[in-house]
Design a protein around this ligand. Structure first.
Ligand code: R5P
Length: 296
């Protein structure tokens, strides 16, 4: 038996200080389990509640997209400035060093190429593999109003069920068909369906009219999709408006890696998202950084 005689009783129980039970910083995420909250806290900055994700997953349906021909040369140098990767497991395993400490949002749907009906997707990654590569979240396309709407929703709900088992959140990406109207009414519908059916966060496009009705009626965080390449000021203005109108950050691809100076553009986007920098000031920052050696 251990001899405890003479051991000084010096423990501190702080009986007069109640233990705090803090809430969670992300919209609609307070009831999630610890692992899922921890992963979301890697994707979203707990200080600002926002994220700057870099989307480079385009190759999964359209091959070597302009700017992504050589991810090793053109994209890896951007890593220090991003909050999270959004990419495929192919690019992850072949090209991204496992020493990266940036969280990975893993593209988990696929199937058709740009030559076919894009809504005809399947789940393309098992949750086991997402765990194996230490994914912080998985991303899946949802085609509301598309030809294979029901299947894409079912893909998402299956992934949500598997994600809940492992503590891996699902990012639902609202995909818009070529002939569909991109307005607030459509995106309210699409985002709300994704959240109602279990997605822990949603990626959607910005619309000039009524974007705040999309964010306010979606009970989980929304990240703004970048879309096709715009002039830098337009892209910075879009990101600014989105976060001011309730988005929890951005997931941008072409507007960063197809910019004349991707490093400078990413720095400007970060200021807009995390520090509410005005678009004109962010454009000045972009130009200044672009003119510096190494960023041109
Ligand atoms: C969009 O549906 C896909 O996820 C894309 O491959 C990518 O994320 C789009 O990024 P961006 O439109 O900003 O180039």
């Amino acid at each position: 038996m251990a001899d405890t005689d003479g051991v000084k009783e010096s423990k501190q129980f702080y009986e007069d200080i109640p233990m705090e039970t803090p809430g969670f910083f992300l919209r609609g995420s307070g009831s999630l389990d610890w692992g899922m909250k921890n992963r979301l806290s890697r994707v979203f900055n707990p200080q600002t509640g926002r994220t700057v994700m870099l989307a480079i997953d385009h190759g999964y349906f359209q091959g070597p997209t302009t700017g992504l021909e050589r991810v090793d040369l053109n994209i890896l140098p951007l890593e220090p400035q991003i909050d999270a990767w959004m990419l495929t497991r192919g690019i992850l395993r072949t090209t991204v060093p496992p020493t990266t400490n940036k969280p990975v949002v893993l593209r988990a749907s696929g199937g058709p190429s740009i030559l076919k009906e894009l809504s005809d997707e399947q789940i393309a990654v098992s949750m086991e593999d997402a765990v194996r590569v230490n994914a912080a979240a998985v991303a899946i396309q949802v085609f509301i109003g598309g030809q294979f709407e029901t299947r894409s929703v079912h893909n998402m709900t299956r992934l949500v069920d598997e994600g809940l088992r492992c503590g891996i959140p699902v990012l639902a990406v609202t995909a818009v068909g070529k002939d569909m109207v991109r307005d607030a009414k459509y995106f309210r519908l699409a985002c709300r369906i994704c959240a109602e059916l279990g997605a822990q966060f949603v990626k959607t496009y910005y619309v000039a009219e009524g974007f705040e009705t999309i964010t306010s009626s979606c009970p989980v965080p929304i990240v703004m999709a970048g879309g096709k390449k715009l002039p830098e000021l337009d892209a910075l203005t879009m990101a600014y408006n989105a976060v001011q109108q309730g988005a929890a950050g951005v997931d941008m691809g072409r507007n960063i890696f197809q910019s004349d100076a991707p490093t400078a553009m990413l720095a400007a986007v970060r200021e807009v998202v995390h520090n509410n920098m005005k678009p004109a000031d962010a454009l000045d920052l972009y130009k200044t950084l672009k003119s510096e050696k190494g960023n041109e």
